[in-house]
Ligand binder design. Structure first.
Ligand SMILES: NC(=O)c1ccc[n+]([C@@H]2O[C@H](COP(=O)([O-])OP(=O)(O)OC[C@H]3O[C@@H](n4cnc5c(N)ncnc54)[C@H](OP(=O)(O)O)[C@@H]3O)[C@@H](O)[C@H]2O)c1
Length: 279
């Protein structure tokens, strides 16, 4: 198979080297003007919203995911400044496809949002080895090797943002494996930042609280149990609501942009107050 079989979308570059068709950012005012970005899991939820935010701010964006149909729809909505590559971050061989596509489309990478992740929840007695491995393969191993495989393409001074979760900070029943995977992400932001200081590459974490995305619906719960779970989660939040994806995308934009150049190894919690405010 051609390593670029998964690439979709057409790129139009204006004579000035700016991506065409991204509204006001063509005037050169975007906070990511002229930058290049890779977003894993960019075909859904938080990743897709962030892709729209980045394109609106003047970036060219490569999104990844597993589902070709939603990748195609996402690129159609994002316009000429975006392309997609299909790759499972849990399969080491497929990460090469992402690097090849990034090299071809972007040349180098200024911003990497390691966002692809899965959430599955069960009481500790009911977790089996396969379930444990599935979560760690995607959320931890996938995240680690996504960064490693793109290191040669990351520009000096690049910003890497890992998507963690408020779950990594609190002891929520039934979330042991998912929460541990997100706690590992916090640690990676610190250690990878330390490894990469010579290249001034900053690695930070955004840790959302509950966000309205398809992730809950992917857990296979019947509709009533899903509604009950969602309501239980909502009650945990002092603001008594889920975040909108745009609220997370704006935070990722801050970490991606030159507004945060002195921040590395840090975690920004975007949780409606769960961690710090009495509900
Ligand atoms: N929603 C929340 O409440 C919440 C809270 C805290 C943290 N987060 C984190 O936010 C991130 C994004 O989740 P979301 O809420 O936006 O959910 P989502 O809409 O379900 O998006 C998950 C994304 O990850 C991709 N993905 C999953 N497994 C993958 C794999 N093995 N290889 C490649 N891509 C894979 C999916 O692509 P396909 O659809 O193509 O599989 C999809 O684009 C996750 O890391 C999640 O843990 C979410």
């Amino acid at each position: 198979m051609d390593r670029r079989d998964g690439l979709r979308g057409t790129v139009m570059i204006t004579p000035a080297g700016l991506p065409a068709g991204n509204g006001g950012s063509a005037m050169g005012t975007g906070r990511l003007q002229g930058k290049t970005a890779v977003i894993t899991g960019g075909n859904s939820g938080i990743g897709l919203a962030t892709a729209h935010e980045f394109v609106a701010q003047g970036a060219r964006v490569l999104i990844t995911g597993r589902d070709q149909a939603t990748l195609d729809t996402a690129v159609a909505g994002l316009g000429d400044a975006a392309r997609a590559v299909r790759a499972d971050v849990g399969q080491m061989g497929e990460l090469e496809l992402v690097a090849a596509a990034a090299r071809d489309f972007l040349g180098h990478v200024d911003v990497l949002f390691v966002n692809a992740g899965i959430g599955k929840f069960a009481p500790v007695e009911l977790v089996d080895e396969a379930g444990y491995d599935e979560i760690f393969d995607v959320n931890v191993k996938g995240a680690f090797f996504t960064v490693q495989s793109l290191l040669p393409l990351l520009a000096d001074g690049a910003s890497v943002i890992l998507n963690g979760s408020v779950s990594g900070l609190i002891g929520m029943a039934g979330s042991s494996v998912y929460s541990a995977s997100k706690a590992a992400i916090r640690s990676l932001a610190r250690t990878l930042s330390a490894d990469l200081t010579a290249r001034r590459i900053r690695v930070n974490v955004v840790s959302p609280g509950p966000v309205t995305t398809p992730i809950l619906g992917r857990m296979g719960l019947p509709p009533e149990a899903l509604q009950e779970t969602a309501e239980g989660i909502r009650q945990m939040v002092p603001l008594k609501r889920f975040a909108d994806v745009g609220e997370i995308a704006k935070t990722v934009l801050f970490l991606a942009s030159d507004d945060s150049t002195f921040i590395l190894g840090s975690e920004l919690v975007v949780d409606g107050g769960i961690v710090n405010v009495e509900g």
